[in-house]
Design a protein around this ligand. Structure first.
Ligand code: HEC
Ligand code: HEC
Ligand code: HEC
Ligand code: HEC
Length: 127
């Protein structure tokens, strides 16, 4: 009886360790992220995963839409090039605008305000 309990405990310890090491093997996004397409002229856009995935329960795959593992995503720019359409993927600026602004317009229309004006996203840095 005691031996069985001991084995269960050891199994639990290993399960916990492997869960933690899986979590730490994931990429972690900086919070907030500062989004800027190389060579862009407007101020960088601040993006918070906490706002979008915790306060607002949006699934990873809604944005990381082509990743085999949306929890370990590739940067959008990997497929959405700055100047040319590749494999039907719109250029980066259009991909970002369609993703961010379309949802914000829908959300605002439904009564939950989200930024839709240029300078609400492309904010000049303070200080
Ligand atoms: C919901 C947020 C959002 C709104 C609103 C928005 N943008 Fe953007 N825009 C982005 C993101 C994100 C990027 C990609 C990161 C970057 O380079 O800023 C981007 C990129 C750009 C770029 C290419 C990069 C650069 O700096 O040259 C231009 C130009 C641009 N936006 C213009 C506009 C204009 C003009 C408006 C208003 C009509 C606007 N945006 C509204 C989020 C937004
Ligand atoms: C509303 C859109 C949106 C949602 C939802 C979202 N992300 Fe992201 N995430 C982004 C954007 C935009 C970037 C910046 C991508 C880039 O650099 O091109 C990003 C970047 C990341 C990165 C950094 C990737 C790198 O460049 O190394 C990780 C990790 C990440 N996201 C994980 C997640 C996870 C996990 C979830 C779900 C819990 C999630 N994201 C949900 C939009 C989103
Ligand atoms: C692995 C490649 C890849 C990555 C990474 C990727 N995309 Fe895409 N995306 C595509 C392709 C290819 C298309 C063309 C349409 C299709 O096949 O669905 C596309 C289409 C889109 C569209 C247009 C959808 C429509 O209905 O017109 C948006 C918006 C978009 N991507 C946003 C993003 C954002 C934002 C990111 C980063 C968070 C991202 N994508 C990351 C490959 C990618
Ligand atoms: C699928 C829907 C959806 C997508 C896609 C989305 N957002 Fe949002 N966003 C929201 C909602 C909803 C809110 C309001 C959240 C709240 O007030 O609790 C919001 C709020 C924000 C805010 C203001 C709050 C804050 O965290 O500062 C910013 C800035 C923002 N989003 C940037 C972006 C950018 C940049 C992108 C594209 C990379 C993006 N969002 C994509 C739904 C979305």
């Amino acid at each position: 009886m005691k031996k069985a309990l001991f084995i269960v405990l050891i199994a639990l310890v290993f399960a916990t360790i492997s869960t933690f090491s899986m979590v730490s093997a994931q990429k972690k996004a900086p919070e907030p992220m500062s989004l800027k397409i190389e060579g862009g002229k407007l101020p960088a856009v601040s993006f918070s995963h906490i706002t979008h995935t915790e306060k607002t329960k949006i699934e990873c795959i809604t944005c990381h839409h082509k990743d085999k593992d949306p929890k370990n995503p590739e940067p959008c720019i990997q497929c959405h090039l700055i100047k040319e359409v590749k494999d039907n993927a719109p250029i980066a600026k259009e991909a970002y605008h369609k993703n961010c602004i379309d949802c914000h317009k829908e959300s605002t229309a439904k009564g939950k305000a989200a930024p839709t004006k240029c300078n609400e996203c492309h904010k000049k840095q303070q200080g």
